[in-house]
Design a protein around this ligand. Structure first.
Ligand code: LRH
Ligand code: MN
Length: 430
């Protein structure tokens, strides 16, 4: 049996930090009470919050220039599941992982689901992949897939997505995420209308194969790998497609898929109002689709996005059921540490948004008391909710300080022995 961090170690580390955590939590409780906030209610909501881990994120990522594999790299989906389970064991916020096909293909999906259950994790939305050519594939996706000019290639891409749905059913997933790289590098290369029509035609065939209770998540992206036009480039195009396809189609927001300074929180508000917000691929970025750790560059933007999500919950927005996932590439950190930290940063933004006095905010907005409205909102962001996050982990059987326990466990060194490096092993992206 491969190594798993003993729960005894979590208990020992929590015993050391417990008294300080209890004191910090009590102090915050009194401060929030003065503001009319019940810390227990906030902690309960945070403890119930979950975000999925991308299976492709537990291996070291890279760029087109290079990838510098770390120790104990996962060699395949079974190793990836162990790492996903370790992230959940310590941070208690990531009960599911989102698989990517064909990167995570196996022969026996019953064995995979049984192993996952043994490790205490489940499967979230499945991700199809028609942005790479794989061995044995008949037709190339060089010039596109679901929006390719040739019907044969579109049919091949549709068949792959239908296969992803079949595999997802075996894994217990309830959604298919479709991101396509289809786009052009030269003006004139594409007719914008014909490629979008081919895309809709292909997606309609996929949509028709969705089992009951399933949704299809359309993921837009401004550019890369295409550098002149992208078929599904923005939320407007994604929403148009979703409305053409039907109510099971909705729009997934990957934070890195927008031009710098785009007001993503307003896009989120619009998609919620249209009842088509699928959910998120959380990450952070400064320039392009940098896939940096969530909350590492612009935590205020993340807070503003969660402010829209909490506001939607507060007003019982219809058909509001977003799926939360991380989608990052860990080029210079231990992916397990980054994914734990990122899961905690999404919880932090959620907890901060829960502290906003929504009635007072609405009143100040109605009065156009701009400064008061801004300060009421900002008060949520500047509150240090760390004791609430730690309390939620503690109540869920996790670690007060997940990264400290992870490091104390020597998990990575032990995995390096268990997982002899295999040449050419790749977590997925590069
Ligand atoms: C595209 C994307 C998409 C995944 C891929 C790994 O940039 O965000 O969600 O399929 O990354
Ligand atoms: Mn993504």
């Amino acid at each position: 049996m491969s190594y798993r961090i003993p729960d005894r170690l979590i208990a020992e580390e929590n015993a050391k930090l417990g008294p300080m955590q209890a004191e910090d939590y009590a102090v915050l409780a009194r401060r929030l009470e003065r503001a009319g906030v019940d810390i227990g209610a906030v902690t309960a909501k945070v403890a119930a919050f979950a975000v999925a881990v991308p299976t492709w994120g537990v291996g070291t990522g890279g760029t087109r220039f290079a990838r510098f594999p770390g120790l104990g790299e996962p060699r395949g989906i079974f190793d990836k599941l162990e790492d996903c389970a370790t992230i959940h064991q310590l941070a208690r916020a990531t009960p599911t992982c989102s698989p990517h096909l064909p990167w995570d293909k196996v022969d026996d999906y019953r064995e995979l689901t049984e192993r996952a259950a043994l490790l205490g994790v489940g499967f979230d939305a499945v991700n199809s992949n028609t942005f790479q050519d794989v061995d044995g594939q008949q037709l190339s996706y060089k010039f596109g897939s679901l929006a390719h000019s040739q019907k044969g290639v579109r049919d091949q891409a549709v068949a792959h997505n239908v296969e992803c749905i079949d595999i997802g059913r075996k894994l217990g997933s309830k959604a298919l995420t479709v991101w396509i790289a289809d786009g052009s590098n030269f003006p004139g290369q594409f007719n914008f209308n014909r490629v979008f029509d081919w895309y809709l035609e292909s997606m309609a065939e996929i949509y028709a194969r969705l089992p009951a209770g399933w949704r299809v998540f359309i993921e837009h992206k401004l550019y890369e790998p295409a550098f002149y036009s992208t078929v599904i480039s923005d939320w407007g195009t994604s929403l148009t497609a979703a409305e053409v396809l039907g109510p099971k189609a909705c729009c997934l927001v990957d934070l890195g898929h927008h031009a710098p300074n785009v007001n993503i929180e307003q896009i989120v508000a619009r998609l919620i109002r249209a009842r088509r917000l699928a959910g998120f691929h959380f990450n952070d970025s400064k320039y392009g689709d940098d896939d940096l750790d969530t909350g590492a560059i612009d935590p205020f933007r993340l807070f503003l996005i969660f402010n829209e999500l909490v506001d939607a919950g507060h007003r019982n927005a219809p058909s509001f059921d977003p799926a939360y996932m991380l989608d990052q590439s860990h080029n210079v950190t231990d992916p397990i540490e980054s994914l734990m930290a990122s899961a905690m940063e999404t919880q932090r933004a959620y907890a901060q948004a829960l502290l906003v006095d929504r009635d007072a905010l609405a009143a100040a907005q109605d009065e156009n008391d701009v400064m008061l409205a801004h300060r009421i909102l900002k008060a949520g962001f500047i509150a240090d909710v760390s004791p609430i996050l730690a309390e939620a982990r503690l109540r869920n059987g996790g670690a007060i300080d997940p990264i400290a326990v992870y490091r104390a466990s020597n998990y990575r060194k032990i995995k390096a022995k268990e997982r002899p490096a295999v040449a050419g092993s790749s977590s997925g992206i590069v």
